[in-house]
Design a protein. Structure first.
Length: 52
């Protein structure tokens, strides 16, 4: 695992995409999103949607 120094920027790290799709379980969406925000890796995006 590569250690990121303070001189490196977010651009130097790969973008990680997380996808959250939920169906009839909206009650868990807040917990799932909070879990993503709690990560120490900081170059990420979160895509969410409701399956219809």
């Amino acid at each position: 695992m590569k250690t990121v120094s303070k001189s490196e920027t977010i651009v130097d790290k790969p973008l990680v995409s997380g996808i959250v799709i939920f169906l009839n379980e909206e009650r868990f969406i807040e917990e799932a999103i909070a879990s993503v925000f709690a990560q120490t890796y900081n170059n990420w995006e979160l895509l969410q949607g409701k399956r219809i």
